[in-house]
Design a protein around this ligand. Structure first.
Ligand code: SAM
Length: 318
């Protein structure tokens, strides 16, 4: 199974006809939904609400923006002085989001959202730009293939899809799990790269209480359904710490699993990771314990990013 193909096919279809079983039901602030067309809201494939943690005036990047719901909510929270960029790799999703953007702009009175085509684990590469260049020079030989790789590298340097140190807050709703295992480390490095010093990532995603077995990871339906690629709960914060985020905390954890498959619990969490900035180191020194642990012990997860080890995980892990 190629995970990217499975994800692309599933979400191309889900952009056309709403699929109720994809991801968990979430309640968004109704005051922000009024300005958003029904077509966008119906195709909600999220598992949390990272837009609740966005602030006025910020530059927001939404990874795997789908039909645009989180971007359109964030657009209202950041206001006319902020901006929102959604990135998705699926043309059919981008088409719905881009078609609805002017309608939302008319409803809220300003246009501050744009949608770009890219892979979230390779946020420097503008896939539409690369496509245009390659149409002029089709690949029909090994030399052309190697030339295309060099071209992609040049585009990453010259005209990055998302520049380094650009963003105040990276949000994502139920997408990181969909990225292929071999690309996950690069994904966290990319999130780190695009954030300004002191910027933060607020990510809602699906986690599992134990490792997902190999046979489930090769099931296209379970993978694209946001299950098989889930992070093991205790390893999710560590992935941010390993990418260089000094401060990581769990903002929300659903006690009730979303699904239980073969005894494995899959649930939604929302996590925040802060990139080092002027204020971060003093914050970290003064109250490291509070920053490295979840807000309440009932969250069941705490960890020490400095040591890079899990202190306390569920009864079925470690
Ligand atoms: C589960 S849906 C979530 C959509 C949206 N965040 C929401 O809350 O409704 C996953 C979305 O991420 C996109 N996606 C999955 N993997 C991606 C990747 N590696 N790069 C870019 N987009 C990706 C899919 O095309 C799809 O639109």
């Amino acid at each position: 199974m190629n995970t990217e193909t499975a994800v692309h096919e599933r979400y191309s279809a889900a952009s056309q006809a709403a699929e109720a079983a994809l991801c968990c039901p979430v309640s968004y602030d109704p005051k922000y939904l009024k300005a958003i067309p029904a077509e966008v809201i119906e195709k909600d494939y999220g598992c949390g609400d990272p837009s609740r943690y966005v602030r006025s005036g910020e530059t927001v990047l939404d990874l795997g923006s789908g039909t645009g719901k989180i971007c359109f909510i964030a657009a209202q929270v950041v206001g006319p002085n902020g901006r929102v960029i959604g990135v998705d790799m699926t043309d059919a999703m981008l088409e719905v989001a881009r078609r609805n953007a002017p309608l939302v702009a008319a409803n809220i009175g300003y246009a501050n959202v744009e949608f770009r085509k890219g892979r979230i684990q390779d946020l420097a590469l503008d896939l539409e730009l690369l496509d245009r260049e390659l149409r002029a020079k089709p690949i029909a030989s090994l030399d052309a293939f190697l030339g295309a790789e060099r071209l992609a590298d040049e585009l990453r340097q010259r005209t990055p899809l998302v520049a380094s140190d650009l963003v105040d807050v990276v949000v994502s709703n139920c997408v990181l799990n969909l990225v292929a295992p071999a690309a996950k480390r690069q994904l966290f490095a990319e999130i780190f790269r695009v954030l300004k010093p002191g910027g933060r990532a607020v990510i809602s995603d699906i986690v599992s209480d134990v490792d997902v077995p190999a046979e489930m990871q090769t099931n296209a339906d379970l993978w694209s359904g946001c299950l098989s690629g889930a992070f093991r709960e205790d390893k999710f914060p560590l992935a941010f710490a390993e990418a260089g985020f000094p401060v990581v905390r769990i903002l929300k954890r659903e006690e009730q699993p979303w699904r239980v498959i073969e005894g494995i619990e899959f649930r939604s969490v929302t996590i925040e990771a802060i990139k080092n900035g002027a204020g971060t180191s003093s914050l970290r020194t003064k109250s490291a314990a509070a920053l490295f642990t979840s807000p309440s012990r009932t969250d069941g997860l705490s960890f020490n990013a400095t040591r890079g080890v899990s202190n306390d995980c569920g009864p079925r892990c470690c």
